[in-house]
Write a protein that binds this ligand. Structure first.
Ligand code: SF4
Length: 480
């Protein structure tokens, strides 16, 4: 939900030998747009196809191109449409399958806007991709196959990982039961459906066996996990079971919903040594009137009380949130309440979006749409207010040591992430010294900047301050 971008599967993981002698082997290219949940879906599709004897990981010469689309925001929709158009233009005798959120959200309309694909199919169909690939060669006409979302979890062992071996996403549920008035997700991902607990644990075992040290549990709302299956909120039980898996180092949770971050969840997080004290809890706003228009719970005072409780129960916790600025009807007073909250709450990380008016959502029709210029100006003010806070908090780490999962090593420097840094979302820790990517090392922090921390590995002599400029590292917030 926070990221967009194209991921083409890494040949290292996906160029595997066909395992079934009975099917016609096709060369398949998978293009993934959007969030980590889509990445997981694409890995499941790749695993299913590999099991059916296809070779996944082809490029322009593919027999079949599968585009796993994102339909979350208008900007993501445009990117998906452009990608479909490019794939159709270059398909030659091959086939193009459009899958995922945008196909689910728009169906026939997507075929009208981005015509020429052989099949448009919705979400939750990962287990069927063997049949779908066979099918597109049996039909001359383009087809749209979108039904209400119905999730069939693919076989654990089929998932073909594309990311770094040491860090993996694990989807614990699909869909969402909330109805935030700005959000399109429930309309195309459906209501919340949990993956059975034994399936999640089995998948975690599989990920650890294949090299994962960090497992990032993902769902639209992790706090709701299990209720549909077990009639009780099962996240604490799940965390305790995952914590026992030999070889698991870090379990990270993305994302919490405010009114279900209960004592039981906090107790489980505090008790489980491998569950990171990292709380990513998108609040979207804090003024009660804005929140009611958003159909979101509580208000800023209750959120502050919640953070007090979180900080009391989880020592040295990192808290992250995201806000929407310029929601319809947001007055200057409502926005000021948000600014005051940011200054008072002093959170480790704050992200913000300007409100995006999405067709089909209740907020699209609301009166009081805020002009783009005002939205941008409020966004800038909010980000500026947070910068000083981030810097001050990062400086509190100076002189302390942190465990860091190394992502990259080059020229006597490593770049990695601590418990405070979710992959592709937060900052980096840059440290002088040598270590193998995928290892977890101890870093002594010598300097905190707005986004990132700098330091050196244990046993490495503290570098002079001027030397702290590893300009060739490729972290997302590269050293300024
Ligand atoms: S909690 Fe709200 S914003 Fe998040 S996915 Fe559900 S409806 Fe959308």
């Amino acid at each position: 939900m926070n990221r967009t971008g194209i991921t083409t599967p890494s040949p290292t993981f996906l160029m595997s030998e066909p395992t079934s002698p009975h099917s016609v082997s096709q060369r398949v290219r998978i293009i993934t747009l959007g969030c980590a949940k889509n990445e997981v879906d694409s890995e499941e599709i790749a695993g299913v196809l590999r099991g059916e004897g296809h070779v996944v990981g082809a490029n322009e010469d593919a027999d079949v191109t599968i585009i796993n689309t994102c339909g979350f925001l208008e900007s993501a929709k445009q990117e998906s449409i452009r990608t479909i158009q490019q794939a159709v233009a270059s398909k030659g005798n091959g086939r193009v399958i459009v899958a995922g959120c945008l196909a689910q959200r728009m169906g026939e309309e997507l075929r009208r806007l981005a015509p020429g694909a052989d099949l448009y199919v919705g979400v939750g169909q990962m287990a069927r991709f063997g049949a779908l690939v066979k099918d597109v060669f049996g039909h001359a006409e383009s087809r749209v196959e979108v039904t209400p979302p119905h999730h069939r979890w693919a076989d654990v062992a089929t998932r073909a990982r594309t990311g770094k071996a040491w860090s993996a996403y694990l989807k614990i549920s699909e869909g969402c039961d909330h109805r935030c008035t700005f959000c399109t997700i429930p309309s195309f991902r459906g209501n919340h459906v949990s993956k059975p607990i034994e399936r999640v644990v089995e998948e975690a075992h599989h990920l650890v066996k294949t090299g994962a040290k960090e497992i990032n549990l993902i769902a639209q709302d992790v706090t709701q996990y299990g209720y549909d299956l077990y009639k009780e909120f099962t996240l604490p039980k799940l965390l305790r079971e995952l914590n026992e898996i030999p070889g698991i180092e870090w379990v990270r949770l993305l994302y919490f919903y405010p009114n279900r971050l209960t004592d039981e969840v906090l107790d489980a997080m505090a008790d489980c040594e491998h569950v990171l004290p990292y709380v990513d809890i998108p609040l979207q706003h804090v003024h009660p009137d804005t929140l009611r228009r958003m159909k979101r719970p509580w208000d800023g005072d209750r959120y502050l009380a919640l953070f007090d409780k979180v900080r009391a129960r989880l020592t040295r916790v990192a808290i992250r949130t995201t806000f929407i600025v310029g929601f319809p009807g947001e007055t200057e007073a409502e926005f000021s309440a948000l600014l005051d909250f940011v200054r008072t709450a002093r959170l480790d990380r704050v992200g913000a979006f300007t409100f995006s008016r999405e067709p089909g959502t209740p907020s699209y029709e609301m009166e009081g749409q805020v002009p783009a210029r005002v939205k941008q100006e409020r966004f800038d003010r909010l980000m500026r207010a947070q910068q000083g806070i981030s810097l001050a908090i990062n400086r509190t780490y100076e002189g302390h040591s942190l465990k860091v999962l190394v992502e990259e090593a080059k020229d006597g420097w490593v770049a990695g992430r601590s418990f405070r840094d979710a992959p592709e979302i937060d900052g980096w820790v840059y440290a002088q010294g040598d270590a193998v990517p995928g290892s977890i090392v101890e870093v002594k922090v010598t300097e905190g900047r707005i986004h990132d921390l700098y330091g050196h590995l244990a046993g490495v002599t503290a570098p002079k301050r001027r030397a702290l400029t590893p300009l060739t590292m490729s972290g997302p917030s590269a050293p300024q």
